[in-house]
Design a protein around this ligand. Structure first.
Ligand SMILES: [Zn+2]
Length: 199
């Protein structure tokens, strides 16, 4: 039992539930917040409160946005003929940071994982097909992760796209099997995108 006052204890407990944080880092953050200027902690609290209110998903690509469409879909300089399909917003950001892609995205918000009960209906596949049929998309780059679920999802998408007039490519290897786009360095990811192959 530690001797922290309950408020501090609660904060540490809550912080330690956040992904990637253990009790030790949670304690360090709590101690930092305790001494931080009140404006800083106030803004942080405000920011967290606003998340659920202000952030929504883009109705086109399902990336996060606080506007009616996201900054990427709303950018007229992006190539609307190319769509890069990713599992998550974190993966979208990783591809964005590689600087190797100037088209638009489609965030699936997951991957097919039948054992966990996640089928095509649970991720944004229907919406993706609607885009293929309504937008002038000429190339689909499948950038799901090289995990077994990511591969299965990629193959599923390929089957769906088979009879549609689009070129389908898969980002090239370089990302190890079992790897994750969001933890892949910028150079490797840039190479994987440039070296994408017909799928
Ligand atoms: Zn968007």
């Amino acid at each position: 039992m530690n001797a922290y006052p309950p408020i501090l204890n609660n904060l540490i407990r809550r912080l330690s539930r956040l992904p990637g944080l253990g009790e030790k880092s949670a304690t360090r953050i709590a101690m930092y917040l305790l001494k931080a200027p009140v404006e800083e902690t106030g803004e942080l609290a405000e920011n967290i409160l606003q998340l659920r209110d202000k952030i929504r998903t883009c109705p086109i690509c399902f990336h996060f946005t606080d506007e009616s469409v996201c900054a990427i879909c709303g950018d007229p300089s992006r190539n609307t003929g190319e769509v890069c399909v990713v599992e998550s917003t974190a993966d979208l950001l990783a591809v964005e940071q590689s600087g190797a892609f100037r088209g638009r995205y489609h965030v699936l918000q997951g991957v097919l994982a039948p054992l966990d009960g996640i089928g095509p209906e649970q991720i944004r596949i229907k919406e993706f097909l609607a885009r293929i049929d309504s937008e002038k998309i000429t190339e689909v780059i499948i950038a799901t992760n090289p995990s077994s679920e990511g591969e299965a999802t990629a193959h599923y998408l390929l089957q769906l796209l088979k009879n549609r007039p689009v070129r389908v490519t898969r980002i090239a290897s370089g990302i190890p099997m079992g790897g994750d786009l969001k933890y892949t360095d910028r150079i490797t990811l840039e190479r994987a995108l440039r070296g994408r192959q017909a799928f």
